[in-house]
Structures are given as C-alpha cells and as structure tokens.
Write a protein that binds this ligand. Sequence first.
Ligand SMILES: Nc1ncnc2c1ncn2[C@@H]1O[C@H](COP(=O)(O)OP(=O)(O)OP(=O)(O)O)[C@@H](O)[C@H]1O
Ligand SMILES: [Mg+2]
Length: 225
Amino acid sequence: MTLRMEKVSKVFRDGPNEFKALDNVTLDVKEGEFIAVIGPSGSGKSTFLSTAGALLSPTSGAIMVDGRNIEKLSAKKKTMLRLEKIGFVFQSANLIPYLTVMDQLRVVNVLAKNKQRYETEEELLRHFGLGDRLKNFPSGLSGGERQRVAIARALINDPKLILADEPTASLDSKRGRQVVEMLAAEVRDRGKSGIMVTHDERVLDLCDRVLMMKDGQLVEAATVS
Ligand SMILES: Nc1ncnc2c1ncn2[C@@H]1O[C@H](COP(=O)(O)OP(=O)(O)OP(=O)(O)O)[C@@H](O)[C@H]1O
Ligand SMILES: [Mg+2]
C-alpha cells in the first residue's frame, strides 16, 4: 500500500472558532492506482492532498506513506520523505521564474542529493515533449508546457506517490486530457500511486476510482446521488 489514511481529521482553529476541514477520512491507495477526487469548492480537497503529502499535520488519525507512519517523523525526516517518495503538482505550475526548464528539475536532484533518479532530466523532459524547450525560462512557455514541466519536476525523483491539485486547471480540454493521460500512464507503467483533484468531469474515465469530498468527508462518488 503506498498510502494509508486512517480516520484522519484536520481542524483549523482561528481564535475561538473551529473548522473541521477533514472529517474522519479513511483511504487506502494501492500501487498502480490512479484516483480522482472531486467535490465543491471549500470541501477540503486541497487540505486532504496536503495532509496526505505530509505538508500539513492531521489533528487526529494516522497516515502511512510507503509503509512509514509519517506522524512519528521529525520535520527533517518529513522533508526527506517528501523529496524521496512524493511528487506534488500544484494547481498553478509554481515554477521558479529565474530557472530554465532543465534547472527546474536539477534543483530537485540537488536537494535530494541525487539519491535516486528517474532518468536524466533531459530524458524525462523529452518524454513530456519538452525536448526543444530545455533552455527556456517559464515566461517563455505556454500554459500547457509549464504544466508539463511541473509534472516532470514532480517525477524526477521517481516518487511512489503523485499528488496533483487540479493539474489541468489552466489548460484547454484537449491539453488537459493529454496531461491527465500522461499522469495515468506514469502511475500504471511504473507502479506508482496517484491522487488527482479535478473539477473536469471529462477526464474521470482515465482514473481507476472517483472519490467525492463533501464537507470534509471522503466517499466513493458512485454512492453519491
Ligand atoms: N490554514 C487554514 N486556516 C483556516 N481555514 C482553512 C485553512 N486552509 C483551509 N481552510 C478552510 O478549510 C476549508 C477547505 O479548504 P480547501 O482548500 O481544502 O478546499 P478545496 O476543496 O480545496 O476548495 P477549492 O476547490 O476552492 O480549491 C475551507 O473552508 C477553507 O477556508
Ligand atoms: Mg483546493
């Protein structure tokens, strides 16, 4: 099991006010499984991804990533776990403006001390159709190209778990579908696990399971009517 979440809740406190953004979320994600999470704005989807990816600590419950209980890890070990096991794709590509396409990937390898590598940065970028964009800066790329660089960056350390928050949000439907097809192929062909938050119902057929977030609760979408 790549990811196991057991009765995970997340409460945000703001003075006397409490808000339960995640309510008793239980989920197992197997190798090779690609899961979509849908749900209304404010329902807790991004909070769920950040918690699954050890960016946010849960208020209660247990989270295991690749067999390790992340709650027990020090901040430093959590950072290493994210570098080695998890690939994040954020809604806006979040590229570093002053680095070229190649250097966006290299910086991850430097941080991870080159412990693991997918393949070379260049091979990975070619795989995503960016072979002739290696020396471009983000400002010289189209939205779709930026998003593909962000995905390549998320994959360069060969992570077990890919977490993508609306990776197609800034793309037209054709490009959006291509990006999701690439993520799905990566998960299946390389035995990874993927969770993608999306508002785009037209890409759900590319996923193995569709889950729905509603008021912080995660349920199978098929059971929602
Ligand atoms: N750091 C925080 N402090 C307080 N409340 C927060 C915090 N982060 C998120 N929330 C609240 O938790 C709820 C869930 O937020 P979240 O970002 O997970 O929603 P979402 O489903 O991703 O929405 P969207 O589709 O708009 O991105 C929202 O009501 C939000 O205001
Ligand atoms: Mg969100």
